[in-house]
Design a binder for this molecule. Structure first.
Ligand SMILES: Cc1ncc(COP(=O)(O)O)c(C=O)c1O
Length: 372
């Protein structure tokens, strides 16, 4: 079976260094906010081109604490996409604020920026774009609107670490960028983890405090906070992988290029499109096809795993029934949920495997092509 993501192959590539890093941490005995978290914060800040980074317990917490630090609370509205992983929207709900959805651009799956302004009200506090599948959203337009209406911008970079928009890395464009170290992410740990990046010292300080029970001095608490620290073992694992990230991203790009070439001959398959002035880091290589589910099954029968990101938009999830939004409210997001198909994508995926996936896909959609 060719999996969608192969963490075993990744492990085998870095086994010795990873084991040494974990053993060193175990021997050191400092498990909470020790040297690895501090070093990783410096390394990620530098990597993203931001002044500060603060490690937290997950990407979800990064989003939640980012909105808290900005003072988002009950009565506020935050504009985001319904075509995302639910964590993006949960973070808004945790603050007692209301998510206000804007439909996606069907070509890139990111926020359709032309529809944002109509959704801005006096209660809007922030815009929360998601750089879906590893491609930056239209940040120039988003930042212009944010400036015009004095809104904060929190970037959900969970899938897009290292992606660039006009030569700036995601996370360093809005007020705060949120990263996830979920194991299958481009830069993943061996468990949950996340980080925020920002240029604003006060925001970084507030998040540093919020992650540690609202305290900046042990046993003195300025506010009610959370237990949301990135732990040392995760930081040690993530640091080991960060050294490879540029190479791994290059490998993802090369596999995406090969998919693009081989699938260009295949009618009925819509390949992913990359917008102008940005680079894609290919967290997912996601195509669009009609009759997706039978195609998926045929791929599985021939040893190829695939995934659907995502099968139900957030506004139609039972968890968000209270918003009272019905089918038809966000047509492009709804259509995408029925057509998107993520093919195997990870740095260790071989060219031979990509070729096999494409050849099998041609058979699965019953339009054989000459892929050798
Ligand atoms: C777009 C997006 N936002 C947020 C998250 C939440 O990150 P985590 O799983 O680290 O909490 C994820 C991934 O899981 C994600 O894909």
């Amino acid at each position: 079976m060719i999996p969608v993501v192969d963490l075993k192959a990744q492990y085998l590539e870095i086994k010795d260094e990873l084991t040494a890093a974990v053993n060193q941490t175990l021997a050191d005995g400092r498990f909470i906010l020790g040297p690895n978290v501090a070093a990783l914060e410096d390394e990620i800040a530098a990597f993203c081109g931001a002044r500060f980074a603060v490690g937290v317990a997950s990407g979800t917490d990064a989003l939640h604490l980012a909105l808290r630090a900005l003072g988002v609370g009950p009565g506020d509205e935050v504009i985001t996409t319904p075509f995302t992983f639910i964590a993006t929207v949960e973070a808004i709900s945790y603050c007692g604020a209301v998510p206000v959805f804007v439909d996606i651009d069907p070509a890139t799956y990111n926020l359709d920026v032309g529809q944002i302004e109509a959704k801005i009200t006096p209660r809007t506090r922030a815009i929360l774009p998601v750089h879906l599948y590893g491609q930056p959203a239209d940040m120039a337009e988003i930042m212009t609107l944010a400036g015009k209406y004095k809104l904060a911008v929190v970037e959900d970079c969970a899938q897009a670490i290292g992606a660039e928009y006009k030569d700036k890395r995601v996370g360093s464009i809005g007020n705060i960028g949120c990263l996830s170290f979920f194991p299958s992410k481009n830069l993943g740990g061996a468990g949950d983890g996340g980080m925020i990046v920002t240029d604003d010292e006060e925001t970084a300080g507030r998040i540093r405090r919020l992650r540690a029970h609202g305290s900046s001095r042990k046993y003195y608490h300025e506010e009610i906070g959370y237990n949301s620290r990135l732990d040392e073992l995760q930081a040690a694992v993530v640091r080991t992988k960060l050294k490879r990230l540029e190479n791994w991203t290059a490998a993802r790009r090369s596999r995406a290029g090969l998919y693009d070439t081989l699938l260009s001959e295949l009618p009925g398959v819509k390949r992913p499109a990359t917008g102008a002035n940005r680079t894609h880091v290919w967290h997912q290589y996601t195509i669009r096809v009609k009759e997706r589910d039978p195609i998926r099954e045929r791929l599985a029968n021939r040893g190829i795993d695939s995934a659907v990101h995502y099968p139900l938009p957030i506004h139609l999830q039972p968890a968000y029934a209270d918003l009272g939004l019905v089918a038809g409210a966000y047509p492009q997001s709804e259509l995408a949920t029925t057509e998107v198909l993520s093919l195997p994508m990870y740095p260790q995926l071989s060219e031979k495997q990509v070729t096999y996936v494409c050849r099998t896909l041609a058979v699965a959609i019953e339009r054989p092509i000459a892929v050798k």
